[in-house]
Design a protein around this ligand. Structure first.
Ligand SMILES: [Zn+2]
Length: 410
């Protein structure tokens, strides 16, 4: 990335905490929706000086040539935004009401991440944006140090989803430098086989060993390894709401699959796999109250059930925090262990930092609810299947473990 751009960006971001609280009012979705009335490309004023005109021009060109109306918001990560970032495209569509592609690009440090939803008028044909993204083999190789490459790609994917046009090649300048792939095959299909194979191929004990190894791994190289923090607790209720929303989506996807006649063997397998995960997700939501581990486990399993029922490739969760975007990147966590991670966590690990991770109460106090928050992977894996499997990131047998545990209780 051009050094000057990064410097300007970091300077702009460093300034953020000094802004008065009033800068966050009105609520981000309202501000963005209001700005879109005059220009469908919204760039937060705090970033305007930092983003080169060439980046903005590329995005505008892509918006003009898209098959659908496109709404783009470019914004820094703020506390107010953080809570709703995954829901922003939905919240924005609710305010604007028009069909189209809603793209939100958020920058945190020098890392850009992009969320998007495609809303079309009922009855129109076309593919699901998620499935187009899933088939786009280069999507994970696109650079994240500036906004345009991801936004432009998302717009191209939406156009393909909408009218079936071919996805153009990604310009070489938008791709990360080639990294050697280790141990994983090239196609999604065989990726999935490898990933599933890890769970069912007689390696069930391995996950437990891995987690114990991870917990004890020396922290000298990385920052705040497993140390309790005074960070605010995760909002369990929010995770529960997201899990319930995903469960509903998975149920709908499964109902669609069920309605199909003459299902192929592959579709029948998908149906069984999706039901297994959905049942485990429901069991997690039914059994416990105010347990962020159970809520996050339900979210992961329901998300996977929905994808599998829709015909998309299975995705492992981000090992560090399963409420993050799926673990579409792979990073070396300890010397021998490679874990799936979302792009921001992967980028942190590559910078030799420990991602903050899903924070849970340490429960070290006699009363059970210690206020101290620790990363979930420092808990005892024997106590909890979510910890033992890294929410399925280390071994894809979380659903089986939940079901087995439920049967034991009966
Ligand atoms: Zn993550």
């Amino acid at each position: 990335m051009p050094v000057r751009f990064l410097t300007a960006l970091l300077a702009a971001l460093a300034f953020l905490p000094a802004l008065p609280a009033a800068a966050e009012t009105p609520e981000p979705p309202d501000r963005i929706a209001a700005a879109w009335r005059t220009d469908h490309l919204f760039v937060d004023e705090r970033l305007r000086a930092a983003i080169p005109a060439t980046e903005v021009d590329r995005i505008r060109t892509a918006m003009r040539t898209a098959a659908v109306p496109v709404y783009v918001a470019i914004t820094p990560r703020t506390p107010a935004l953080q809570k709703i970032r995954y829901d922003l495209p939905t919240l924005l569509h609710a305010r604007v009401g028009a069909p189209g592609l809603y793209v939100v690009a958020v920058v945190d440090g020098d890392y850009w991440s992009t969320n998007a939803e495609l809303y079309r008028q009922a009855g129109l044909r076309g593919r699901d944006l998620t499935s187009v993204r899933g088939d786009d083999k280069r999507r994970l190789d696109i650079v994240s140090d500036r906004p345009a490459p991801q936004i432009v790609r998302t717009i191209q994917q939406a156009s393909t989803a909408f009218d079936g046009r071919a996805l153009p090649a990604v310009p070489a300048g938008d791709l990360e430098p080639e990294r050697p792939r280790r141990g994983l095959s090239v196609t999604d299909k065989s990726d999935r086989a490898v990933y599933v194979g890890l769970g069912v191929g007689g390696l069930l004990g391995l996950a437990l060993t891995l987690v114990i190894g991870l917990r004890r791994r020396g922290g000298s190289k990385r920052t705040h390894e497993g140390r309790p923090t005074d960070a605010p607790a995760v909002d369990t209720h929010r995770v529960e709401l997201r899990a319930d929303g995903k469960i509903t989506q998975a149920e709908r996807a499964l109902a669609r699959l069920d309605r199909r006649r003459n299902k192929t063997t592959q579709q029948l397998d998908r149906r069984d796999d999706a039901y297994r995960r959905l049942d485990a997700a429901r069991a997690l939501r039914a059994d416990t109250t105010d347990d962020v581990l159970a809520a996050a486990g339900a979210l992961v399993l329901a998300r996977q059930a929905e994808r599998i029922a829709s015909g998309a490739a299975l995705e492992p969760p981000c090992f560090f925090d399963p409420t993050h975007a799926p673990g579409t990147a792979k990073v070396d966590w300890s010397d021998e262990v490679e874990v799936p991670a979302c792009q921001p966590c992967a980028s942190a690990v590559r910078r030799r930092k420990t991602p903050r991770g899903l924070q849970v109460p340490a429960r070290s106090g006699l009363l059970g609810h210690d206020r101290k928050q620790v990363p979930y992977w420092t808990l005892d894996p024997e106590d909890n299947p979510m910890v033992a499997t890294g929410f399925g990131a280390l071994s894809d047998d979380l659903a089986e473990r939940i079901t087995a545990r439920k049967d034991e209780v009966r």
